[in-house]
Design a protein around this ligand. Structure first.
Ligand code: SF4
Ligand code: SF4
Length: 232
């Protein structure tokens, strides 16, 4: 049975920052030419909202509007990548952020629910195209444990309300396996059991690891080499 979703309930249940000791937006923004965190800049990432989420937000805040594509080609391309029941939206900008009215896409970024080939949602991985921009992807060892738990519960709730979403993310996970197999790379996973694993994409073998073992990417890999241990 599909449960009706209440964003009034879901948003407060998925409200923990990814990291509590620093504002990760302050860490990545200096690397964006306009000084805005990458995930709050529609030149880099356009949030998608569920239809019912869009109705919820519209009734409560003027923070959001529908994203206006700069040209027809980009519009068509992104529309094709967006599930039918979702809309592309844009906020007024990072200076006007209203924490309580961040979309689910804002709260989840840069992560998505990773599923095995058998369709089991086992934990969190990330949108790999942002490896060179997102500071958080480069600091997976600092993801807050409560955030991880809230992420899992939030997506179980979403999958219950929107069963198609489970399949969408399973398909995205399969894409990641194919892409990483071609690159001969392991998939980093923050498991829902609280541990971290490296997944071999070709056979889904999981190896336990420390989250600090995960790769870093430029420019953050270079910065990490320059830091003294007490600055990490
Ligand atoms: S999630 Fe990534 S891109 Fe978004 S503000 Fe944090 S470090 Fe920047
Ligand atoms: S609502 Fe806040 S977190 Fe979401 S894109 Fe806008 S500024 Fe960023």
């Amino acid at each position: 049975m599909v449960n009706k979703l209440s964003f009034d309930e879901l948003y407060p249940q998925f409200d923990q920052p990814i990291i509590s000791s620093v504002d990760c937006g302050q860490e990545c923004a200096p690397y964006n030419e306009n000084g805005v965190p990458f995930c709050c800049d529609t030149q880099h990432s356009i949030p998608a909202a569920y239809q019912s989420e869009w109705c919820y937000l519209q009734a409560r805040t003027d923070l959001w509007h529908l994203w206006q594509p700069p040209d027809a080609e980009l519009s068509e391309e992104l529309r094709a990548q967006t599930p039918d029941d979702m809309l592309l939206i844009e906020c007024l900008g990072s200076r006007y952020c209203q924490r309580d009215y961040r979309s689910i896409a804002c709260r989840a970024f840069p992560f998505f629910p990773y599923s095995t080939q058998a369709g089991q949602f086992i934990g969190i991985s990330y949108y790999w195209e942002y490896e060179d921009r997102c500071w958080m992807i480069n600091h997976l060892d600092r993801v807050d444990e409560i955030y991880r738990q809230q992420f899992v519960v939030a997506f179980e709730t979403l999958f219950n309300a929107f069963p198609q979403e489970r399949q969408n993310f399973a398909a995205y996970s399969a894409d990641m396996r194919m892409n990483f197999a071609q690159q001969r790379r392991f998939i980093p996973l923050l498991h829902r059991n609280g541990k971290a694993y490296k997944i071999t994409p070709s056979n889904e073998r999981m190896r336990l690891c420390a989250p600090s073992d995960f790769l870093k990417f430029e420019p953050y890999s270079i910065v990490a080499q320059l830091l003294f241990p007490d600055e990490l």
